[in-house]
Write a protein that binds this ligand. Structure first.
Ligand SMILES: [Zn+2]
Length: 163
């Protein structure tokens, strides 16, 4: 999950402090690779948080890119990002079966219909398939919790800045 990455949070926090900035400024300040910075800026652009202003020619063949921030409220920025990601995760979660039927020996898993078709026995080794909570659902729930924690953190950051 991109927004849970430390470097990405550094980039977001730096953007919230400025109305305009360039990629090289961020690179120098944060010591993060330019292509990593640009990738985050493109994502934030898609979400309406930043907008490209212009290419700056440093010297022949060397360029920098100037960007502007549409939103400076750090809590608001995280809210926009987190809400979009939560929406995607909830959608994925609701499309997954809650339980899967597993062969612990072969590390295979099946949904209910498939497992029933095999008479709840592993088609490879013949041992009984055991019902287990879908691991992907556990992962999604963990990520959802981390995203919610991030919103709390963003609120605290905002309070630090405004006080
Ligand atoms: Zn098996």
């Amino acid at each position: 999950m991109w927004v849970l990455d430390d470097n990405i949070q550094k980039i977001i926090n730096a953007i919230a402090e400025k109305d305009t900035f360039t990629e090289k400024e961020l690179k120098k300040k944060l010591k993060i690779k330019e292509n990593e910075i640009r990738k985050v800026l493109y994502r934030l652009h898609e979400l309406g948080v930043v907008y490209p202003i212009k290419t700056v020619v440093i010297k022949e063949g060397k360029y920098d890119y100037e960007w502007g921030a549409r939103i400076n409220d750090i809590e608001e920025i995280y809210k926009i990002i987190v809400e979009r990601e939560l929406e995607k995760l909830e959608k994925e979660k609701s499309s997954l079966p809650e339980m899967v039927y597993m062969c612990e020996y072969c590390d295979l898993q099946f949904d209910f219909d498939k497992a029933e078709e095999y008479d709840f026995k592993c088609p490879e080794c013949g041992s009984i398939l055991m019902p287990k909570r879908n691991l992907r659902i556990c992962e999604i729930e963990e990520t959802i919790q981390r995203l919610k924690d991030l919103l709390v953190k963003a609120r605290q950051l905002k309070l630090q800045i405004t006080n």
